[in-house]
Design a protein around this ligand. Structure first.
Ligand SMILES: [Fe+2]
Length: 194
């Protein structure tokens, strides 16, 4: 590796994320841990390694992406998703703690708060809490039950989104929301990137 390997980037962030999240007996205060991790991710996004070919992978039958770290029980996943212009995600949740970082592109990011308590199957009342166009270096936490969001890449460039998550989303039962209708449906094993 070049001299940039000593800068705070993806490798140093992985080490810090493991130190914070992989504690004996599990995390007791996830929100505090995510808040601790957020400035580290912001710092690391300015550093090297996020597009290093050794982390490059393909997902969902050929779409490029990056896998930086995944532990054996799937409780810490650090990877990069490339969102394409004109392919917005649906409004969805992850049903696990998360920290998202924007590495590239202009990513219009809308986030929602869940209002109901999930008493009625198929009913999901959510309200918009943030609608921002985020660029390189931006970070935000996603903490259930308010981890509902949508990403839409604006402009011509792909958007690389760094995901730090507490579960493997491919195995996670989660939801897609119809905000206007106040409804949601459960999905499993699907990607929100299109
Ligand atoms: Fe997402």
């Amino acid at each position: 590796m070049s001299g940039t390997a000593t800068e705070y980037g993806v490798d140093a962030f992985i080490a810090d994320a493991r130190a914070i999240m992989e504690v004996e007996g599990g995390i007791t205060d996830r929100e505090a841990a995510v808040r601790q991790l957020e400035p580290l991710l912001r710092h690391a996004l300015a550093g090297p390694g996020w597009t290093d070919p050794r982390y490059a992978t393909t997902v969902d039958g050929g779409r490029p992406g990056f896998r930086y770290y995944r532990n054996d029980d799937g409780s810490l996943n650090i990877y990069g998703v490339l969102f394409r212009p004109d392919h917005p995600t649906p409004v969805h949740d992850h049903v696990t703690w998360g920290l998202i970082g924007v590495y590239s592109g202009a990513q219009r990011t809308t986030r929602y708060r869940r209002l109901d308590h999930g008493d009625t199957p198929g009913r999901c009342d959510v309200e918009l809490v943030a609608d921002e166009t985020l660029t390189h270096g931006a970070t935000y936490p996603l903490l259930p039950p308010h981890d509902i969001h949508r990403i839409e890449v604006l402009g011509p460039e792909d958007g690389l989104s760094i995901h730090v998550l507490g579960a493997d989303l491919k195995r996670q039962r989660r939801r897609i929301f119809d905000v206007a209708a106040g409804t949601c449906e459960e999905v499993e094993g699907v990607s929100m990137a299109r």
